[in-house]
Design a protein around this ligand. Structure first.
Ligand SMILES: C[S@@+](CC[C@H](N)C(=O)[O-])C[C@H]1O[C@@H](n2cnc3c(N)ncnc32)[C@H](O)[C@@H]1O
Length: 249
């Protein structure tokens, strides 16, 4: 006998439940235009948990014993695009400023996704013989962080980087930690440089303010903040340095 299987659809009310959940947990505003994204990405979670509706999946997530499922839900709903040397203008600008951080720079790649950004920092510092300091990569998504820790990239992703060199020489140079930018304490202190690129676009004004409060605590006075090329920062606690590059007052 062939069983009829129906693929559940996400109703507007159910979409609102997940918009609220994601906003409360990670400060990200999923607009109504993300209906298809939420529906498609959560369908496999419903399948795995053998649930027939999005509201029953949401109900399940409210149970304290389901913190692991909550992690999988958040993993499914974040957007993690990244690549080596993204925004070449930033790397070009930094190439003229690495030396100003001294022999032991502290760099935090906040929202680093699968690690290409902090590994690009590691490569750039190594090229200049700067071996001291610390590079930290953090993200809310535990799945991309696992990928980052493995430093295992497709030939396409590492076309400009020697893969063996990356694994052998740089993997141990970056410390990865799961971290929510909404939380008051962060994995890094006294930083010379924080990269917070291509994540501010997902936050509304209130979340953005919270994130920047935390980033300010992590930066040393005069430390640099770099945001994404298409992102905007209007915060008088930072001075403008160059396009999308700011200095803590
Ligand atoms: C588009 S990627 C940016 C990756 C990298 N910074 C770049 O520019 O190539 C955005 C990342 O932000 C992360 N993210 C979203 N909200 C977050 C939060 N509240 N705390 C930490 N990371 C978050 C996502 O998991 C995702 O990996």
């Amino acid at each position: 006998m062939i069983m009829a299987t129906t693929t559940p659809s996400l109703s507007p009310d159910e979409l609102r439940l997940f918009q609220q959940l994601v906003y409360t947990r990670i400060g990200v505003r999923l607009g109504d235009n993300k209906h298809a994204l939420v529906q498609n990405r959560l369908r496999s979670r419903l399948r795995d948990r053998q649930l027939s509706s999005f509201s029953s999946y949401h109900q399940l997530l409210t149970e304290p014993a389901e913190s692991e499922e909550m992690e999988l839900c958040i993993n499914a709903l974040t957007t993690n695009e990244t690549y080596f040397y993204r925004h070449p203008l930033h790397w070009h600008w930094l190439s003229q400023h690495w030396a100003s951080f001294g022999p032991a720079p502290r760099v935090w790649s906040a929202a680093c996704s699968s690690g290409e950004e902090p590994y690009t920092v590691a490569i750039e510092l190594a090229c200049r013989g700067i071996t001291g300091g610390e590079i930290i990569g953090s993200d809310i998504n535990s799945s991309v962080l696992d990928q980052a820790k493995r430093a295992s990239y497709s030939p396409y992703a590492v076309q400009k980087v020697e893969p063996v060199t990356l694994k052998e020489r740089f993997r141990s140079r970056v410390r990865f930690e799961r971290h929510n930018l909404m939380s008051a304490t962060g994995p890094a202190r006294n930083c010379d440089l924080v990269l917070l690129r291509n994540v501010l676009i997902y936050f509304d004004r209130e979340s953005k303010r919270k994130v920047l409060d935390n980033i300010l605590q992590a930066l040393k006075p005069g430390g640099l903040l770099i945001i994404g090329g298409a992102e905007a920062l209007t915060d008088n606690r930072f001075d403008y340095e160059a396009p999308s590059i700011y200095r803590k007052r």
